[in-house]
Design a protein around this ligand. Structure first.
Ligand code: ATP
Ligand code: MG
Length: 372
């Protein structure tokens, strides 16, 4: 499997191919779908919805024989860790009913070197499309961690990662895929017993979504404070200017690479309020999940708003972000989960005081364990 990810749950559950006559989801449909799963990041969601819509329109036009000039809207997602980049890609695939593969850029090497060849991304997409060439050619390839491909020659000042010239080679190799090119993939990919025939996949219609944190870049933008930069003094907020192509080039990305990613989308760090919403709002929110888990034992779990706030406070203090919310709730509910089958039909209310108690206990247990 490329990158060791699996497609989003939503993607997996939905039917892959869109019936021929079903209307295309509009940008608004896509946005509404993303809204159900991804909290905040409004600008990013709108831009992605628009790019995805254009992608599907184009794929449809191509199917009808259109061969004019219509550039693909490949996307570059930039944002701090845990802000929802991978989540967005997964749910995007869900709404497009398109096959998606998620690749980790750091696992690839340029052709001829030891490691994975970038064309394997297409092979994997072909596998996920159930060996359908047509579906593969309108699929989505999500390439995570592209910031780690930054060129590190010329004594780059920002010292991100130890990766050297190799990253640049992978950027070079990706250029060809991004702009559209025919790639041969083994027809029996994933079936070791099959004969090694190959099929040709045209990557022209494949939507590429690249993502990276570009961490050091953020630091730079906040501290350098160029002229005309709104430091947000009036609002008391720490703002920064938008990332521009020249920043990314200075970071070590190839101009040609960036040129093939015309849609640049920035995600912001999540606020406390957004983290609170993430706990309870999305269709697959962790609080909802725990409620339904406990409901199987007849327990009616009620998580008070005060508890939600307390959990988020803890997550922020530990700097674990959205990713850590599940683990925290797991600790908070450990006893309830353990005793649930014995509790019978009962209502269990979790408030801030309970959260504090449980987390303190979990922490003490860990400390005792560490000493033992
Ligand atoms: N905006 C959001 N709305 C809802 N849940 C979110 C959001 N951002 C993050 N999460 C939660 O946090 C988890 C991690 O987010 P995600 O994998 O998308 O981060 P990322 O931006 O790709 O980070 P990284 O750069 O580390 O890969 C998600 O699975 C989800 O549970
Ligand atoms: Mg990610």
């Amino acid at each position: 499997m490329v990158g060791g990810y699996s497609p989003g749950l939503a993607g997996a559950r939905m039917k892959l191919t869109r019936p021929e006559h079903a209307p295309l989801p509009t940008p608004r449909d896509i946005l509404e779908h993303l809204d159900r799963h991804v909290i905040g990041q409004q600008d990013a969601k709108r831009a992605i919805a628009l790019a995805a819509y254009a992608h599907m329109r184009r794929a449809e036009a191509v199917r009808r024989g259109y061969d004019g000039l219509w550039r693909k809207s490949n996307i570059l997602l930039i944002g701090p860790t845990g802000s929802g980049k991978t989540l967005l890609a997964q749910h995007l695939a869900g709404v497009l009913r398109a096959p998606i593969t998620v690749a980790d850029a750091t696992e690839y090497t340029e052709a001829g070197y030891y490691g994975k060849d970038v064309e394997l991304m297409i092979t994997d997409l072909y596998l996920r499309a159930g060996h359908s060439v047509e579906d593969t050619q309108r699929g989505v390839v999500f390439i995570d961690e592209v910031d780690k491909l930054a060129r590190r020659s010329q004594g780059a000042q920002n010292g991100a990662g130890a990766r050297d010239i190799g990253g640049e080679g992978v950027q070079q190799a990706l250029l060809k895929l991004l702009e559209g090119r025919e790639v041969q993939v083994p027809a029996g990919a994933g079936q070791p017993w099959s004969r090694q025939e190959s099929v040709v996949i045209d990557t022209t219609g494949i939507l590429f979504v690249c993502a990276g944190t570009f961490t050091d870049l953020y630091g730079d933008l906040e501290t350098r404070r160029p002229i005309g930069f709104d430091s947000g003094r009036g609002t008391g907020q720490r703002e920064r200017r938008r990332i521009e192509t020249k920043d990314l080039v200075a970071y070590g990305m190839l101009t040609e690479f960036l040129g093939r990613l015309p849609v640049v989308v920035e995600l912001r760090s999540l606020t406390a309020h957004e983290l609170e919403r993430i706990l309870v709002e999305p269709e697959d929110a962790v609080v909802k999940e725990f409620r339904s888990r406990l409901a199987l034992d007849g327990v009616d779990l009620v998580v008070r708003q005060s508890a939600v706030r307390e959990i988020v406070r803890y997550a922020l203090a530990r700097q674990v972000g959205a990713r850590g919310l599940r683990a925290i709730l797991e600790e908070v509910c450990a006893d309830v989960l353990f005793e649930a089958p014995e509790l019978g039909s009962r209502k269990v209310v979790v408030d801030a005081a309970y959260v504090r108690r449980q987390l303190k206990r979990a922490q003490t247990t860990r400390e005792v364990d560490a000493r033992a």
